[in-house]
Structures are given as C-alpha cells and as structure tokens.
Design a protein around this ligand. Structure first.
Ligand code: S5P
Length: 461
C-alpha cells in the first residue's frame, strides 16, 4: 500500500474520523462503524494529505472545472482548484428564494467538463443528485473522486449510471491497515465486512422482471417477442422498392422482433404493400414500427398519422415522435384510436451535431414517464457504453430504450451518422438495437442479421 494512504488511514482513525462500535444510521440500521470526515477541516496536515492524494488521482485526468459536494468536500475541492489552477463551482443545497435563484455558483459555460469531489460514497445518491444538477446546467461529468469508498459496489453503482469513480481509500484498505496495526480486532473487522455486504444494493432487473412492471400492452408484446425469439434486433429497412423490401424481410424475419419502415422512401407504396407487410409480419411474429418522427401540432399529426396515402395508424404498431411541440402531440396522435398504438420519443439522436441538449432530453424522459399508456420508451444514442448508460439510468424500468446508429463495421456514413457496436449499445443499456445498413447492405443480410441478433442478445442482462 502507498505509505501516504496508510498514514492517512492512521491519522483519520487517530482524530476519530473513523470509529468502530454501534452507530444508528439515518436509514435506521445499526452500523458497526462510522466514518465522518466533517471535522478534518480543523487538521491542516490531514487536509494536505487528502488533497495531495486527490491531486494525484486527478493528475492524468483532463477537466475544466472542479466541484465539491457541500459541506465536507467543498473545502477539499477549493484546495484542489487552487493547486490545479482549475476554477471551482458548487451546487447550492437549495435554490435561493431571492436574487438570482441560481443553483450552481461560480463561472462556467455549458459543455465544460467538471470533476466531482466528495468525502464518502455509500449509496451514491448524493453523487447522482449533484451530477444530475450539474448536467442540467449543461456541464459534462465523467469523473467522481471520493476520499473514502465505504460501499461494497460504489464504483459499479456509478459505472452503471455512466460515471467513473476513483476513491482514495476503500473500506477494505482501511480495515486491513487498522488490523495490521492492531487498532481493531478481527471480530470488529468481520462485523464491518458483513454489514457492508448485507447493505449491498439490489442488482439491475432483468428484461423479464421489467416486463412485469409494464402497463403499456404494446411494450409487453414487444418484450414477450424479444424473450420468445431471443432477439432484440430491429431491422431498419430503408430501401426504395417493395421487391427489395420483402426480399430482405423474408430472409431476416426469424432474427428480428420488429421492422422499422420509412414508407415515404418507397417508390411503389400501395395498399398491396401494406397487406403484404401486415401478413408477413403476422406470420413471422414481427412488429411494425414506422419511423415517421411526427413533430407538429396535435391536430396536424392526427391527420398525418391517420389519413393521406399512408394511413400509418392502420398498420404500424409503433411510431417515432419528437416531443419538441410538447406533450399534446401524444393526444393528437393516439387519442380516440381504434387499435392500440404506441410511440417512442426521440430523447437523443445519433446524428453528429444534433441540437438536442441535456435539458431537452430530461424533459422528453419526463413526458414519456407521464404518458406510459401511449409511450413505450425512447430512441436514444450514446457514443460509448458509459454515455448510453447515463441515459438509461435516467429512465424508469418499464420504459424501453431503442438505439439506432449501430453498426459492427462502419464508424460513420459521411452524412453525419455516428455508429457504435451492438455490444456497446446493449452493455450500455439499450433494450433494442436498430440496425439498417449494417444488415441491408451486407452481402448476405440473413447472415448479418443473425450475427447482430446474437451479439446483442448475448450482452442482455
Ligand atoms: O437518432 C436517430 C434516430 C433514428 S430513428 N438516428 C437514426 O439513425 N435513426 C434511424 O435509424 C434512421 O432514420 C435510420 O432509419 C436508422 C439507421 O440506419 P443505419 O443504416 O444508419 O443503421
């Protein structure tokens, strides 16, 4: 062990910042140990040790700003800010009721990256709150650094939410140093370890468990098909003739749970096309998803959905919807419909340089959560597993995340499309992957579909 860390553990124990015994926690549980770093501000030598170690951890990380979660970590972050010459900002506990009503104090600009410093991690709750608040202000958070990690799976909890946690000291290290110095007894150490394991957080729910929470009938139907076909592959069939369309769909239908159409791309759209599509999808258990991306006022989208040449509402189980015009678009689309239909709201897009902000995404997620009867989930995107995870953790368990921009080979298409691999998409939390050109432009679409299905399904929890 790093001698500086060992010294810090001994000093924290000496000043009573780490205690063993019986302590009643806020949760009502009785803990065999207690860590309280609030008082270390009164020990300049210990503050120096802590901030030196924080600076060491942050040495290779690049960031624009530093924040500390009040109160305990704020003075630590202030020292790091000065020594590293990076501006400090901080979140107020409550917005001021007078003056500027600001939640974040300090100077920053949207898009800057901020490191979050805190004293402890146990459940991760305060970290998520701070990170969400800063992100709502337009900042990017990736790294969170704490002095002590007293949880069994703090790093994992944060990783699941898309953040990287580095702790200077882990509770296991504290226990082994104090045991080696005979400052605690074996039975005390055992009691602490047992307590930590027992308070471990509940693991992530499986798709089948989440199915039980779903009230939207079409979401349930989609998840049932996924489980039955062992597939979460959605084929994006953007071709220009119905011959080509059905040629590919027939070969791939076994591998997919849903076919995503852009009917306005077809040169020979007709009622026959609809008949053939619904027959084939019915036989092969494939749902139909028209990627119309409705975006207008309620009364207009109602007509666009139900009338015109395409009469989408007659045949598409799902459609995509932009929430830019507000929640009323959902009433326009789905109010007074004969057959059950459901929407996926665009929460994030794969197109490079798109104008969707964190704040917009947050509000789209909120609309979806409030309108589950007609919203099955979201279209989202992230450039890597961590980014996707960040989006996923903001979503309720009964809503689905579908991800386009998936391709095993391509990195882009020269027209702004961004791609990630199927494995990264699913590991990040995508419940369904949307693949177009990766399959339809493959030499053998059937083989390619099988390959995408297998990679994606293997990575599902
Ligand atoms: O953000 C998005 C949303 C969608 S629905 N990015 C997308 O690419 N899509 C759609 O997914 C897009 O319209 C296209 O139909 C499909 C991606 O196709 P691919 O060929 O790039 O895989």
């Amino acid at each position: 062990m790093n001698p500086k860390k060992e010294q810090l553990i001994l000093d924290l124990h000496r000043i009573g910042a780490i205690k063993f015994g019986e302590f009643k926690l806020k949760s009502g549980l009785t803990s065999p140990f207690y860590i309280d770093l609030r008082g270390v501000v009164s020990y300049p030598d210990i503050m120096t040790q802590i901030t030196d170690l924080l600076l060491q951890v942050l040495e290779d990380k690049s960031f624009d700003l530093v924040t500390g979660i009040p109160y305990t970590a704020l003075p630590m972050a202030a020292i790091v800010s000065v020594k590293r010459n990076k501006p400090l900002i901080y979140m107020r506990k409550e917005a001021k009721s007078y003056g500027t009503k600001k939640l974040i104090e300090g100077n920053f600009t949207a898009g800057q990256t901020c490191v979050v410093i805190d004293d402890l991690i146990s459940t991760g709750e305060s970290k998520f709150e701070t990170a969400a608040g800063l992100e709502a202000g337009g900042l990017k958070i990736s790294d969170i650094v704490t002095v002590v990690d007293r949880s069994p799976n703090g790093a994992e909890l944060l990783r699941q939410k898309g953040y990287t946690l580095t702790a200077i000291l882990h509770i296991d290290e504290i226990l082994s140093v104090l045991t080696a110095h005979q400052w605690i007894r074996d039975n005390q150490r055992l009691a602490v370890q047992t307590f930590i394991q027992a308070t471990r957080n509940v693991p992530v729910k499986t798709l089948a468990e989440r199915r039980q929470l779903m009230t939207n009938p079409l979401s349930r139907k989609l998840v049932d098909l996924m489980i039955q076909k062992e597939s979460n592959l959605i084929l994006s069939l953007d071709v220009e003739t119905s011959d080509e369309f059905f040629h590919i769909l027939e070969q791939t239908a076994d591998q997919i749970v849903m076919v995503k159409t852009h009917v306005d791309i077809l040169q020979d759209f007709s009622e026959d096309f609809v008949k053939k599509l619904t027959d084939l999808c019915g036989e092969s258990q494939v749902l139909i998803f028209e990627d119309r991306k409705f975006a207008d006022i309620g009364s207009t989208v109602r007509k666009q959905f139900r009338s015109g040449i395409y009469k989408i509402a007659d045949w598409a189980d799902f459609v995509t919807v932009h929430a830019i015009a507000g929640e009323a678009i959902l009433d326009g689309l789905f109010g007074d419909l004969e057959s059950p239909r459901s929407g996926f709201l665009l929460a994030k897009m794969s197109a490079a340089g798109n104008l969707i902000s964190e704040n917009y995404t947050r509000q789209v997620l909120e609309i979806g959560k409030n309108r589950r009867e007609v919203v099955s989930g979201f279209i989202g995107f992230g450039e890597n597993e961590t980014e996707i995870r960040k989006l996923k953790t903001k979503m309720a368990d009964d809503l689905l995340l579908l991800m386009p921009g998936v391709n095993l080979q391509a990195k882009g298409d020269g027209l702004g499309q961004r791609y990630v691999t199927a494995a990264a998409a699913v590991k990040g939390g995508a419940d369904g992957i949307i693949v177009g050109r990766g399959i339809i432009q493959a030499e053998n679409p059937a083989t390619a579909a099988k390959q995408y299905r297998e990679v994606a399904w293997q990575n599902m929890t």
